[in-house]
Design a protein around this ligand. Sequence first.
Ligand code: HEC
Ligand code: HEC
Length: 359
Amino acid sequence: MRKYISILLITCSLFSLTGCEENQQTSTDNQTRDYTNLFSALPEQIIYPTDNPYSKEKEILGELLFWDPVLSGAQNVACASCHHPNFGWADGRAFSIGSDGVGLGPQRYGNETTPIHSPSIVNMAFTGLTMDTQLNEFVSGPYFWDLRATTLEEQAIGPIKNPVEMLGYHYSEAEIFDEIKYRLTTIPEYIDLFSAAFEGDDVITETNIAKALATFQRKVIANNSRFDLFLRGDISALSEGELIGLNKFIDVGCADCHNGPLLSDNQIRQDEKVIETLDAVRTPSLRNISQTAPYMQDGSQATLNDAISLYEDREDLGVNINEGDFNDIEVFLRTLSSPVYNHIPERVPSGLPVGGNIN
Ligand code: HEC
Ligand code: HEC
């Protein structure tokens, strides 16, 4: 406490010309506080919904489907074309290139461009978690920037039926699952994988494809960042500089929207748009944020520092920061990174290129 006071005194005298009051807000407070009403560590266990419980077989099948371009109209795009572990399970691009794309990440080229930036699929199992969630009753979601998909299972069908993303223009939305079903039933390895994962005679269905994809995605979690260790009780997990950043993040107003276990309230802010000219979107999670540049719904912010700087002079959002705060906040946001599953299969059952035309 003594140290804190002396820092304040020094900054006050240094800035006495501009007034001390203004400066107190951006003081370098490195004291640990009680954060339990604002943040919590992520659960150490993955949470599965009761209507799609975990099984190893579903997870294995889902992983192969995620990487297999067999799910796309022209058999050239996979989920992994735009959600790749080399780019934090996003694609490192402002906008994604889908059904006619070639290449991976910033090098990918083509004309079929999504109107919105691809988010990472890390921590999808936890989307919607708040400080008050009862874990045994929790169902994750909703998903997408505009929250239009209620569940992760529902979400998985979206890109397969979207001409820009995976469908292309040779099949219609109504035809594509019959076509996919036909393709999969001619691949003996898939027949075995679906039969192992699901019960009944007719196992290669749209619903089961969605269930397998969702089960695999729930595996891709990042719940052991230094911030998690800190919140679980190891106060030495954050350095002094990181604590300063954390306290600033709260004091300047970021945590009004970026709070809870994911640093997101998962709410759409209709009247408080961060990018004023664009659509109102939900508050994104800030987990593993240092790995998923570029930022915002239009990918317009190349670096984390750029993204933070967008909040300068945004009293309308309830935020008050200036340039001197950008680095402190960035230092804190970098503590939100956690090791994440990053396996790339060597082959997929269709024999098509793993991840689609990404090489
Ligand atoms: C062409 C690139 C592309 C492909 C291929 C693609 N996605 Fe996405 N994905 C996106 C974009 C862009 C969004 C954001 C769309 C929106 O919010 O309207 C998104 C959103 C998502 C989300 C929601 C994330 C969140 O935080 O709400 C999930 C989950 C997801 N995709 C999984 C998948 C799966 C599973 C597949 C394969 C079946 C897939 N994606 C194929 C680009 C792609
Ligand atoms: C009023 C609610 C609100 C407040 C307050 C707020 N944010 Fe955000 N934040 C959002 C929304 C909504 C987005 C998505 C905006 C968009 O893409 O148009 C976002 C996006 C971001 C992103 C980019 C995430 C990504 O994956 O692209 C970062 C980083 C971020 N905010 C950090 C901050 C920081 C740092 C502060 C405090 C200085 C802050 N936010 C204050 C709601 C808020």
